[in-house]
Each structure stands twice: as structure tokens, then as C-alpha cells.
Ligand binder design. Structure first.
Ligand code: GDP
Length: 404
């Protein structure tokens, strides 16, 4: 399929094509894939915990991401691909507090994953061996995190807490053997908690969208892009539109991990080999979409945002960095349209002069070049945004209007 024009597959108009049925047929009887992001303050023990868990399961393949705040942009694009999250906190005296204080990553990571659409979270209260498996310490951490996670927007029934030690392996894949823990804990081990995560519904019947998070050379003239299929399905041989440039490409082949596929579905992390387009015309953050039902392309949009704990209020003309799936783009807060009541969403004030901490508002964002966009009401997966400045996340929101 080296020439895009040779591709005549118009399966969208083919009435026999039923993505939901096909998904059931292909995936219905096997184990569903679930993507989990591991988050937490630097040195909370994420690598040790996951390394130990996978080693005990006999399945070491470990993709590790640094917890330092300089790497939050990577964490955002990673978390944008996740269905569920495991938050690791350090139970060591003083350490939990350091991670939970302002400036620590416990709060910011939890806030980010929720803003990115993750609704189920498990908390590994780690390094409990360092405090002699103290129930009091565990309860204290649970109490503080419960309140905070509720404020961030997690439902209480979607949050669970597990006492453990990533270093000694206590309560990871089998029930505890440590007497000091057994005395007060008879709940599930970490693996049981992970197994209880529900897989989210995959929007396979919606128009196809994939946000590109990496690009690399393939064989010959073709090259590969990787990313998560946010909505719809993609088959080998499909013609796709690459936005915002609106160039066509053809999907030569598809793979999930190492195995090649003829069709992939919403929720899958895939590698697609493309042809019919120059590699330099494709960038990280571009959207691959269905040519007949494409995404919008614009330089301006309105968003409903929640402002976090900013030290400097947001004013008109404020330069920020926009994160939208894998796209990272400098933008300007062009207009402050209205300030809203944070809990009811009612209008509080038109054209506020500034937006302080913990406020909610409708703002207009101006980009210096066109980007691919979707309304939150049409595509939850692509309609979420995050605004950052100087390495700090200052707001998260939803795209409510695209201004063409
Ligand atoms: P990450 O930055 O969250 O990935 O943290 P690491 O896994 O690199 O762990 C940071 C430090 O904490 C290392 O020195 C680990 O040996 C130690 N550590 C990790 N988990 C535990 C634990 O459960 N108990 C104890 N005592 N130390 C741990």
C-alpha cells in the first residue's frame, strides 16, 4: 500500500462492519488488557515495589520512569495512556509528609492522573517495615489520603489502600506472613487489589483517533508511530488522516507489543507502520484519525478549568504550556471569560480580572499554530487539557468550545 491513493477501503460505509461485535469476538474470551500507571514521590519505593512484584510473578519486564519533578511532562504523557493508577507512598516517619506537602509529588501526581481521566486508584502504603508495621501510622496515612483523594475527585469506592513493603515483599502477591502486620490486617494483598480493578469500557464504535507519543524509523521508506487508540478501531491497510497537517497516510502494519495484528481497538497501545507520508511531516502530539470523520483543527478554544494552588494569579495574556494527550505546546490564556462556582458550576462573575488559587473558570486559549482538537463532550479522551508553567501544573480542564 505504498501509494495512499491505491487504498479504497471504505469500511465506514460498510454496514456489515460492527466494531462492538468484532471486539467481543477478538477479545471477549481472553484476558482484557489494563494499563496501570505507577505514581508517587521520588524515593517512595516505586521501582523496588514493582520490581519485586514482577519478579515474584516471574514476569520481569520493567519499564521505569523517574519520580523527580523535572520528569512530570513524561509522567503526564505516560498517565494519559493509563486506565488505572497505583500510588506509592513512603510510610517512613517524615517521608510521607515530605511527599504529601506542597511541592511533593504525591499530591501533584494524584491530581494529574485524576485530571487525565483515571478514576480508579490503589494506594500502596509502602516501607511499613520501617515503622514496625504500625497500624497507627497506616491509619493516619489512610485518613489523610482519603480526604485528599476525595477532594481531587476520586469516589471513595474507587480508592483502596494496601499496607506493604516493596523491599521485603510483604503483602505483594501473597497474604502477609509478618506477625506484626497479621495482628491488625486481614485485607487483600497488592496483587488482589490490582486484579480487582475494573477495565473501563472501550469506545470502539466511535470514530478512530490515536494520539502519537513516539515516532521511529522502520524498514525501507516506512516509519512507525506509537500511541494509544483512544477511540474506534484501526485495521492494517486503512487510510488515516494525520492532523493538524491534514496529510493522508496508509497503515502498512499494526502491532501490540511484539505481535502483529490485523485490527486494533480503543484502549490498545499500538505501533503502526505508516507509508505514503514523510516522516518529518509527523510529530509527537499529532492525531491520527478517520479521514471521513476527522478531528478539528484550530488555533483557539475555550476550556472550563480548575485552577490549582497557584502562587501567582492567572491574568489575561498569561503564557502557559498546554498538555493535551502527548501534545506539549506553548499557548497564551487569551481571555478570562467567566468565573464559576467550583462545586455547582454556576456563573459567579463575567470577565474576572484574575483567577486565584482553587477557582473554576471558562477561559480562551490562543495557540500560535494550528493543533488537532476535540470537544470533551465528543471525545473525553482527547478533550482534557492541563496547563503548566515553570514545571508546575497550574490548572486542568475540559475543552468546551473550539473556535475556528
Ligand atoms: P522510587 O524513586 O519511587 O522508584 O524509589 P526506589 O524504588 O528507587 O526506592 C528508594 C529507596 O527506598 C531505595 O533505597 C530502596 O531500597 C528503599 N525502599 C524501597 N522500598 C522499600 C521498603 O518497602 N522498605 C524499605 N525499608 N526500604 C525500601
Amino acid at each position: 500500500f505504498d501509494n495512499v491513493d491505491d487504498v479504497k477501503t471504505q469500511r465506514i460505509t460498510d454496514s456489515k462492519f460492527d466494531p462492538q461485535k468484532l471486539y467481543q469476538k477478538e477479545r471477549g474470551d481472553g484476558k482484557e488488557h489494563l494499563y496501570m500507571v505507577v505514581i508517587g514521590h521520588v524515593d517512595a519505593g516505586k521501582s523496588t515495589l514493582m520490581g519485586h512484584l514482577l519478579c515474584d510473578l516471574g514476569q520481569v519486564t520493567l519499564l521505569d520512569a523517574p519520580g523527580h519533578k523535572d520528569f512530570i511532562p513524561n509522567m503526564i504523557s505516560g498517565a494519559g495512556q493509563a486506565d488505572v493508577a497505583l500510588l506509592v507512598v513512603d510510610a517512613n516517619r517524615g517521608e510521607f509528609e515530605a511527599g504529601f506537602d506542597y511541592g511533593g509529588q504525591t499530591r501533584e501526581h494524584a491530581l494529574l492522573v485524576r485530571s487525565l481521566g483515571v478514576s480508579q486508584i490503589a494506594v500502596a502504603v509502602n516501607k511499613l517495615d520501617t515503622v514496625s508495621w504500625s497500624q497507627e501510622r497506616f491509619d493516619d496515612i489512610v485518613k489523610k489520603l482519603k480526604t485528599f483523594l476525595r477532594q481531587v475527585g476520586f469516589k471513595e469506592s474507587d480508592v483502596s489502600f494496601v499496607p506493604c513493603s516493596g523491599l521485603t515483599g510483604q503483602n505483594l502477591i501473597i497474604k502477609p506472613t509478618e506477625n506484626d502486620l497479621l495482628r491488625w490486617y486481614d485485607g487483600p494483598c497488592l496483587l488482589e487489589v490490582i486484579d480487582k480493578f475494573r477495565s473501563p469500557e472501550r469506545p470502539v464504535s466511535k470514530p478512530f483517533r490515536l494520539s502519537i507519543n513516539d515516532i521511529f524509523k522502520g524498514t525501507g521508506t516506512s516509519f512507525c508511530v506509537s500511541g494509544r487508540v483512544e477511540t474506534g478501531t484501526l485495521s492494517a491497510g486503512d487510510k488515516v488522516l494525520v492532523c493538524p497537517n491534514r496529510e493522508y497516510a496508509v497503515v502498512k502494519s499494526l502491532a501490540i507489543e511484539e505481535s502483529s495484528k490485523t485490527i486494533v481497538f480503543a484502549g490498545d497501545q499500538v505501533i503502526a507502520t505508516l507509508s505514503g507520508i514523510e516522516m518529518q511531516n509527523v510529530s509527537v502530539g499529532n492525531i491520527l484519525c478517520d479521514p471521513q470523520r476527522p478531528v478539528q483543527v484550530a488555533m483557539k478554544f475555550q476550556a472550563r478549568i480548575v485552577v490549582f494552588n497557584v502562587s501567582v494569579p492567572i491574568t489575561k495574556g498569561y503564557p502557559v504550556v498546554l498538555h493535551n494527550q502527548s501534545l506539549v505546546e506553548p499557548v497564551v490564556v487569551n481571555k478570562l471569560i467567566s468565573q464559576l462556582n467550583k462545586s455547582t458550576g454556576e456563573l459567579l462573575k463575567k470577565h474576572p480580572r484574575f483567577l486565584g488559587p482553587n477557582t473554576s473558570a471558562i477561559v480562551e486559549i490562543q495557540i500560535s499554530r494550528p493543533i488537532a482538537l476535540e470537544l470533551y463532550s465528543e471525545c473525553k479522551e482527547l478533550g482534557r487539557i492541563m496547563l503548566r508553567i515553570g514545571g508546575v501544573t497550574i490548572a486542568a480542564g475540559l475543552i468546551t468550545q473550539i473556535i475556528l
